[in-house]
Ligand binder design. Structure first.
Ligand code: SF4
Ligand code: SF4
Ligand code: SF4
Length: 315
């Protein structure tokens, strides 16, 4: 990973020095050892701050929306798929971008790391495919493969689908046996068990909105949760309002979600709200053969219609 970080810095420095871009969006060390932070670099001398490791969980496409300048951006597989979506949805222009692709071997789950450390992680380091964390339980070293985020275990595109520069050698793509075993397990529950599952899933949600703020898809100028005329959803933490927020947001992400995991990585309450979006990903695969962001210029299935559609409602 250190080699990748050096290559990222080299490419970013060259892009800024040659004035091919105005800014480079990447990651720097965070204030917490276990969370890197997105950063916008404007000077070649600051490219030394750029890092790359298994804490670079957030989706940098989130910082592209509506920008007018020329941008270099670091993109792992899922970020690159969201960038394709952003271009299709006219949130950024392709010719504004220099995409620095990073073949990705997955991100480490911060909750798993803090469990390993016995509480707050006070130090984090990587060497090859080994991760070492320190905390109340002392120093622990594990294989990265054992602490991956769940979305990274079923990732369908670890190599960026779109890029201009590449900061590493391509990695082998995964071929999970059953990518949607989790969705099928929920679907097989009876109504009462499903209700209990989702009630428990959302019981800790404080509606801080970190999940939607981290998501590149949530760029509406006024989110439905903030509308007051009409008011679609109440403002408090009534369980009905919490559920409404989550399932409406999931519908807005249908056909557009790349399963990047940034929403869960940002959640301070460790809520696994991808249970909603993963169902819509499976439905798009099953019903439309659709995988988000894999092809430039193709609109997502719920964003298109055919005038000769057999269903009368469309005509
Ligand atoms: S889903 Fe995980 S493994 Fe796949 S590109 Fe994104 S961070 Fe990497
Ligand atoms: S980040 Fe977590 S706690 Fe905050 S609104 Fe989303 S699910 Fe709820
Ligand atoms: S809903 Fe979550 S997993 Fe899907 S694109 Fe947004 S942040 Fe990524």
């Amino acid at each position: 990973m250190a080699d990748v970080a050096l290559k990222i810095r080299e490419i970013a420095r060259e892009l800024l020095d040659s004035e091919k871009v105005d800014v480079v969006i990447g990651f720097k060390k965070g204030t917490l050892p276990v969370m890197s932070e997105p950063t916008i670099i404007r000077k070649a001398s600051d490219t030394k701050d750029l890092i790359w490791d298994a804490t670079c969980r957030l989706n940098l496409c989130n910082y592209l929306t509506g920008r007018k300048d020329r941008i270099g951006i670091i993109a792992k597989g899922c970020d690159a798929r969201n960038i394709v979506g952003h271009i299709v949805e006219n949130k950024i222009k392709r010719d504004q971008l220099v995409i620095i692709g990073v073949p990705c071997t997955g991100m480490a789950d911060k909750k798993v790391l803090s469990d390993l450390a016995g509480g707050e992680v006070t130090a984090y380091s990587e060497a090859g495919d080994q991760i070492t964390v320190s905390g109340p339980a002392g120093e622990k070293t594990v294989s990265k493969a054992d602490v991956l985020q769940s979305n990274c275990c079923t990732c369908i595109k670890r190599n960026p689908v779109i890029f201009d520069e590449m900061a590493g050698e391509p990695v082998e793509e995964l071929s999970p046996d059953n990518r949607f075993a989790d969705v099928e397990a929920i679907a097989s529950m009876d109504a009462a068990a499903k209700w209990g599952y989702f009630e428990e899933l959302l019981s800790g949600c404080t509606r801080c909105y970190a999940c939607k703020n981290a998501c590149p898809l949530c760029y509406c100028p006024t989110c439905f949760v903030d509308e007051s005329r009409p008011q679609w959803v109440g403002k408090g933490t009534d369980p009905i309002d919490i559920r409404t927020y989550h399932f409406l947001r999931a519908y807005h992400c249908a056909g557009r979600c790349t399963d990047c995991g940034a929403c869960e990585a940002a959640c301070p309450m460790d809520i696994k709200m991808r249970a909603f979006t993963r169902k819509s990903i499976k439905d798009c695969v099953d019903n439309y053969g659709w995988e988000t962001g894999m092809k430039e210029g193709v609109r997502p299935p719920l964003d298109t219609f055919k005038t000769d559609d057999p269903e009368a409602f469309i005509r």
